[in-house]
Design a protein around this ligand. Structure first.
Ligand SMILES: NC(=O)c1ccc[n+]([C@@H]2O[C@H](COP(=O)([O-])OP(=O)(O)OC[C@H]3O[C@@H](n4cnc5c(N)ncnc54)[C@H](OP(=O)(O)O)[C@@H]3O)[C@@H](O)[C@H]2O)c1
Length: 445
């Protein structure tokens, strides 16, 4: 591993140098253990502690297949899917690996008694498999997390429609929370040159998801002047949705749950901010009954910011707790675009407000390669910025996941893998200097 790190840290390593490095037989990785699937049985979600289920293990290097790359991972990040995996909710991810393993002898490699998690990485290509021409050893990359087989016609207009579509490091093995990761090379994107390893590793999953959900025609197709209600506007997804709304000439109405989160939204340039805790919004009277008066109160609050207008788009992901309110406050003809159900997936809303006002509910999930490329391109140009707030070491990943599980974090939480310290990997210092305050926005609060 030292040889790999030396080559990455040296400024004059060539592709041939990287290709000549003898790869180690094993490496360190953050894993779940299949024989611990039931360890949290009977506990409330909040009490399921990722520090107990996530392990740092020495694992064997997987065999490299056609169209794949082994990447030395300098940094990765925690996504909410790391939390779902680590608490075995809503299902254990080992079921995904078993199903994937039944597809072919090559995918059988993924069906192991341990699951290496992680759906983001920034690092350096070490080896490429047969049939790979676009990437070579030594390339500095980030990886998006869409894994597809594309053997069916269904995925050829939009790769998210592939019947064998999976999220790498969640529904597949050999993820990014490790010193080495295995990816398909059609997951690779150039690393933004003005960012450190940990900054470059943090936008990937949430940035691409927010891009498709809000900007792409496959999602809400946001346009200039739209009012966009963004739940969790300082969180992983929301911190990118807020930037896209502002950069695209729309008006974000940011919902957060504390003053420090409100402050971050203001720092991004948002003016309309609703602190759901301070305002005491409670959309459910009890477990079974919603409170439409609270929907109306939210609608009135939004109109105070918009001069009486309702929202064109709701950027939804909390799910059950907020969905009734989201459908209510959307303007006639507007769009509720949803990619998740953090608070529960059995949604309830008053359908009269949907059909009578010709609203649309659009489902959105991650992003295709092109959308992930566009989202990464905007980061590389300094138009969208990482929202990294805190960085942990690989052996502290359990704590990092607990922070996200308990909503104690801001923006994104990073993890150093091979990078010995923060702040390394910047190649374009001029572009960085231009955007430094924006890059550090989430660090300073
Ligand atoms: N389908 C996909 O491709 C995809 C991609 C990425 C993420 N996701 C999912 O999307 C969800 C959010 O991911 P994330 O990375 O943005 O997580 P995150 O960093 O935890 O941010 C979510 C934010 O939502 C807000 N929130 C949480 N519970 C809420 C509730 N009951 N009511 C209102 N607001 C609530 C919180 O903000 P405040 O407390 O400040 O309001 C929180 O910061 C997760 O379930 C994740 O698995 C799906």
């Amino acid at each position: 591993m030292n040889e790999i790190l030396d080559a990455i840290l040296s400024s004059d390593s060539t592709p041939a140098d990287f290709a000549a490095i003898k790869l180690p037989e094993s490496y360190r990785a953050v894993t779940l253990h299949k024989d611990e699937e039931q360890m949290f049985a009977g506990l409330a979600s909040r009490d399921k502690d990722p520090r107990k289920s996530l392990h740092l293990d020495e694992v064997p290097l997987p065999e490299l297949g056609p169209g794949e790359a082994l990447v030395a991972v300098m940094a990765s990040s925690v996504n909410y899917n790391t939390v779902w995996s680590s608490i075995f909710e809503p299902v254990s991810t080992f079921g995904f690996l078993e199903r994937y393993g039944r597809l072919s002898p090559l995918t059988k490699r993924h069906d192991l008694p341990y699951h290496i998690l992680g759906s983001d990485l920034a690092g350096v290509v070490l080896r490429t498999g047969a049939g790979v021409n676009a990437w070579k050893p030594g390339d500095e990359v980030v990886a998006h997390c869409l894994s597809v087989e594309l053997e069916s016609p269904d995925g050829h207009n939009d790769t998210m429609m592939d019947p064998e579509q999976r999220i790498w490091g969640f529904e597949t093995n050999f993820g990014g929370l490790a010193e080495i990761a295995l990816v398909k090379t059609n997951q690779l994107l150039p690393k933004p040159k003005h960012l450190t390893w940990e900054e470059a590793a943090s936008p990937g999953l949430v940035n691409s998801t927010a891009y498709r959900q809000l900007v792409s025609q496959n999602g809400a197709g946001m346009k200039q002047g739209d009012n966009v209600l963004i739940w969790g506007a300082s969180g992983g997804l929301g911190s990118y949705a807020t930037q896209y709304a502002l950069a695209g000439g729309a008006t974000p109405i940011c919902v957060v749950s504390s003053e420090s989160k409100a402050e971050i939204c203001r720092a991004m340039g948002a003016e309309a901010i609703i602190d759901r805790s301070a305002e005491g919004f409670k959309f459910w009277k009890d477990e079974h009954t919603q409170d439409p008066r609270e929907w109306k109160r939210l609608g009135s609050k939004i109109r105070e910011f918009t001069g009486g207008e309702d929202v064109d788009i709701v950027f939804e992901h909390p799910g059950r707790e907020t969905f009734g309110a989201s459908v209510y406050v959307t303007r006639k003809g507007g769009t509720i675009v949803t990619c998740a159900s953090t608070s529960g997936y059995m949604h309830q809303y008053d359908n009269r407000y949907l059909w009578m006002s010709l609203k649309r509910i659009v489902g959105s999930h991650f992003a295709n390669y092109r959308e992930a490329f566009e989202a990464n391109r905007l980061v590389a140009k300094g138009k969208i910025h990482p929202t990294l707030s805190k960085v942990y070491s690989l052996d502290e990943t359990g704590q990092a996941a607990l922070d996200v599980h308990h909503n104690k974090h801001q923006g994104k939480v990073g993890v150093l893998c091979l990078a010995p310290e923060e702040g390394m990997g910047v190649r374009d210092h001029e572009l960085r200097a231009k955007h430094l305050p924006a890059i550090n926005r989430f660090r300073n609060i």
